[in-house]
Design a protein around this ligand. Structure first.
Ligand SMILES: [Zn+2]
Length: 239
């Protein structure tokens, strides 16, 4: 199994690693440890580079299976046993961390105001969308919602990572709301992302350490998705 460094150290940008298996047909390598997030929970897989001595290989994508994290390469696949240095595309990943954290903050604000659970979501660096069960929506509520969200972000709430035993997570009402029950039954430990005092979710993704790192966000659009569902689109203001 790959040691997933990003799970406990979300700010690690590089690692020394060894190739433990190769799949030359698909052009991918399995590493013993990695800072690359393989995607999931709406957050896309990381990209970056592998340095092998003077050689440099682009990592065009990553994915995970029960053996660990695979790194998809552009170019010739090196041999098993090769040691290397991996470096994530940090500019892109850090924007994803800010975007992902903004989305959790939005979940918290929507829950506080409307007790509406989130039903799905997706993001790219700097933009995200979340679907809520939100039957009675007044368009006038968009601006106050955006203001409340930015107030929460500016409050510099700490964002903490914890690992809970599965049965403890199964008993926690705030986690049940985010559908911890949908996690595979074999998962003995649940990773929890806690924006202290605002939102708590079972989540494998990468986030910033304080909401103040997100910056200012806009609610760009709220669309009706039928049967009482709304899709809220978020954009991070840059500059
Ligand atoms: Zn998440």
């Amino acid at each position: 199994m790959t040691d997933r460094i990003y799970s406990t150290d979300q700010y690690a940008t590089s690692m020394d690693a060894t190739i433990v298996d190769v799949d030359p047909d698909d052009g991918r390598v399995l590493l013993d440890r990695t800072v690359f997030y393989p995607g999931g929970g709406g957050q896309p897989p990381d990209r970056g580079r592998l340095h092998l001595g003077d050689d440099r290989l682009e990592v065009v994508g990553t994915s995970a299976d029960d053996r660990g994290v695979w790194h998809w390469l552009d170019g010739k696949v090196p041999a098993t046993g090769t040691t290397l240095r991996g470096e994530v595309d940090w500019q892109r990943r850090y924007r994803l961390m800010r975007t992902h954290t903004a989305m959790h903050a939005l979940c918290g604000v929507v829950w506080d105001r409307f007790a509406s659970p989130v039903t799905g979501g997706n993001m790219e660096p700097g933009v995200g969308r979340l679907d809520f069960e939100l039957p009675d929506w007044d368009p006038e509520a968009r601006e106050p919602l955006e203001e409340a969200l930015n107030r929460e972000l500016q409050a510099a709430r700490p964002v903490e990572i914890a690992f809970l035993p599965r049965d403890e997570a199964d008993q926690d009402p705030s986690l049940i709301r985010t559908k911890v029950s949908l996690l595979p039954a074999t998962l003995r430990e649940v990773r929890v992302v806690d924006i202290v005092g605002l939102d708590r979710q079972a989540d494998g993704g990468t986030h910033v350490a304080s909401t103040s790192e997100v910056g200012h966000v806009r609610i760009a659009k709220i669309e009706s998705k039928g049967r009482g569902f709304r899709r809220i689109r978020l954009v991070i203001d840059e500059g």
